[in-house]
Design a protein around this ligand. Structure first.
Ligand code: DC
Length: 470
């Protein structure tokens, strides 16, 4: 057993999952479910700060009286067992969620002496258990910067306020929304360990994902040791103030997401009826984080067909000449990214990198443009290059039957069967130096070519339009 000195953060032997994020982002629900799935214990560190606040109010102290609060925090006895919090032997489980504690907790949590004590207790808690799932505001940045998995959860302010309103039935939506906004400002603006996304934390927007999707994805990342740090820029973006995109300029606003859902629903619904489209291997599509979707490209229908892969908004590159007035807004809402000169230029690749770094999945057709026939044409290096720059997975996809349903030049969409086959994600290969990277990019492109051909063959076969006659 490694001996950690008392104030040093613990490192590798502990199995720690750090979940941070603002109020209502889904930390407790995700944290508890993930802990269950992993067989680890779960610690709600916010409840500890609330417990101290409860003691402060009970003692009649002013929460802003830093020395008095620090003295009390040193002496208070907190115990959190099976979701029951006792403070100096008194059950405070219900009271710590009440409006008095909620109003005062930010002042107590901003007290550096209180934080130091709580951080120490949190480290002790995890060490005595060999690890655990801890949720709070500073777990990945301060308490366990070496955590095996660091996640930063967000959700739109509306979704967060709605969740909290449902939890506390006596409060109305407006009051809750105002309180969340106030606490966000205090938590992010305080001097001691402000709420920020660790540069290497995985950014997950929980607004449109189910708990099960998130937990399955996170558990598999931890199991496969495939927790890849987001680019530090993701953290900068998360701190930026772009309203409606909650800090991420590439994220969808609620209005865009609504439009996307409506249009996606209509297109996927049409495809299911008209082409009886089916997809296999959907478990290979990551539920969270950024990745590159790399499909074979035989028809204009392919844009619509890949929408079946995920309910999250997929981003596409398209010529900027299409962006005119209403159409421009529609394309943007639908995930289109305007680029100057088609899909292979430098600017397009840079845009893809930015979008991926902000945590959004991107579709890149590796054959460049629409091709014809059973053979996957030479691939351009774009996806592998972008992967080498961002470290995201490439998810290869075969689409079978789309050329028969609507070949190039055709204006008719025939009701022919279409099948998608999703292959295992190709993880990034770490390299050092530009020469090694170039070689790795070429090797990855060659590998992707083989994989996509195989998936294309399988999809064509399943669609009843085999590439190789039996
Ligand atoms: O997650 P919560 O709403 O129960 O947290 C209560 C308060 O405690 C919140 O305003 C921020 C603070 N907190 C903190 O500063 N650091 C943590 N690790 C957890 C919570």
């Amino acid at each position: 057993m490694v001996d950690h000195s008392d104030d040093a953060p613990a490192s590798s032997p502990l199995r720690i999952v750090a979940i941070d994020g603002p109020a209502g982002s889904g930390k407790s629900t995700v944290g508890r479910a993930l802990a269950d799935r992993l067989g680890l214990e779960y610690l709600d560190t916010g409840a500890m700060y609330r417990g101290v606040t409860f003691a402060v109010l009970r003692a009649g102290l002013d929460p802003a009286d830093a020395p008095a609060v620090a003295t009390l925090a040193r002496e208070v006895e907190l115990s959190l067992e099976g979701g029951i919090l006792t403070v100096d032997g008194v059950d405070a489980t219900a009271d710590i969620r009440g409006p008095e504690v909620t109003r005062a907790v930010s002042a107590v949590a901003a007290n550096p002496a209180v934080r130091e004590l709580m951080v120490q207790r949190q480290r002790d808690w995890a060490r005595s258990r060999g690890g655990g799932v801890l949720e709070g505001r500073d777990i990945g940045t301060v308490v366990f910067p070496d955590a095996a998995l660091k996640v930063y959860l967000t959700a739109s302010p509306e979704v967060r306020a709605r969740r909290r309103t449902a939890e506390v039935p006596d409060l109305d939506f407006q009051t809750v929304a105002a309180d969340i906004a106030r606490r966000d400002a205090l938590d992010q603006g305080r001097e001691a360990s402000p709420l920020t996304q660790a540069g290497d934390a995985l950014l997950v927007d929980t607004s449109d994902l189910s708990v099960d999707e998130i937990v399955t994805d996170l558990a598999s990342r931890l199991d496969r040791g495939r927790h890849r740090p987001a680019h530090p820029m993701a953290a900068d973006l998360a701190r930026g103030g772009d309203a409606g995109r909650h800090g991420n300029p590439w994220a969808a606003t609620p209005g865009e997401m609504w439009l996307y859902r409506v249009v996606r629903g209509a297109l996927v619904g049409f495809a299911r009826v008209w082409f009886r489209v089916r997809a296999s291997g959907l478990e290979n599509v990551p539920a969270t984080g950024a990745y590159i979707v790399a499909p074979v490209h035989r028809s204009n229908l392919d844009f619509m067909l890949v929408l079946i892969l995920t309910r999250r908004r997929l981003r596409f590159l398209a010529k900027d000449t299409l962006w005119k007035g209403f159409w421009g807004r529609l394309f943007t809402a639908l995930g289109g990214i305007p680029v100057a000169r088609g899909s292979a230029d430098r600017e397009a690749l840079r845009t893809c990198i930015e979008v991926l770094e902000a945590g959004e999945p991107v579709v890149m057709f590796p054959e460049g443009t629409r091709q014809h026939g059973p053979v996957v044409q030479p691939l351009f290096d774009g996806p592998a290059y972008v992967q080498s720059r961002t470290g995201v997975d490439i998810v290869p996809v075969g689409i079978g039957g789309s050329e028969t349903a609507m070949p190039k030049g055709s204006k008719v969409i025939k009701p022919r069967p279409i099948r998608l086959v999703v292959g295992r994600p190709l993880p990034a290969v770490p390299t050092q130096g530009s020469k090694a990277r170039r070689a790795a990019v070429r090797a990855r492109t060659a590998e992707l070519h083989e994989v996509v051909q195989d998936l294309f063959d399988r999809a064509q076969e399943q669609a009843g339009t085999p590439n190789r006659p039996a």
